[in-house]
Design a protein around this ligand. Sequence first.
Ligand code: GRF
Length: 190
Amino acid sequence: ARLAILLSGRGSNMLALVKAIQGGVLQDLAEVAVVFSNKPDAPGLAAAAALGCPTAALPSQGRKRAEFDTEAAALLQQYQPDFVVLAGYMRILSPAFIQPFAGRILNIHPADTHQHQGLHAYEWAFDNHLAETKITVHLVDEGLDTGPILAQRTVDLRGAETLAEVERRGLAVEHELYAETLAELIRVKS
Ligand code: GRF
């Protein structure tokens, strides 16, 4: 399956997916069609280029949402992705973007989407002294972290004394769960 991976920042989930393609659970199942960013200077975009992935950027700053999303969707369609994989893509998607890829857009959220939506999910878990939290992979619809859940995995937070430690444990689970969920989805759909 061809993946369009979308990011706005660091790109650690993108890196985990590329690793899984190169020698892990996504080997022989997936390829990177493009790594796309709405932030031309996102560190994750440079990291993807350094790995030899095709990359594309379209700055979203100052653009009207519907217009930007229409252009971004048209650009991505040129790469003929089977799945659009959000990996720290910090935008809410409008219908103009979702429609051409309906049912084929995935997101990873660092909480149980029934309990916490939007930003700062690790801060939320840390501030509330949760003994565990969940990572969620879900299909994207027009809401904020509201789409059908594909997979969840628990992160043990007992003894995690800093926000950095909460994030470290959570990201380790994110990196495994995203690749494994995609692998399963691709198997089912092909
Ligand atoms: C991750 O915590 C992801 O769950 C959330 O944004 C963060 C992106 O991190 N949606 P990275 O850019 O993949 O390192």
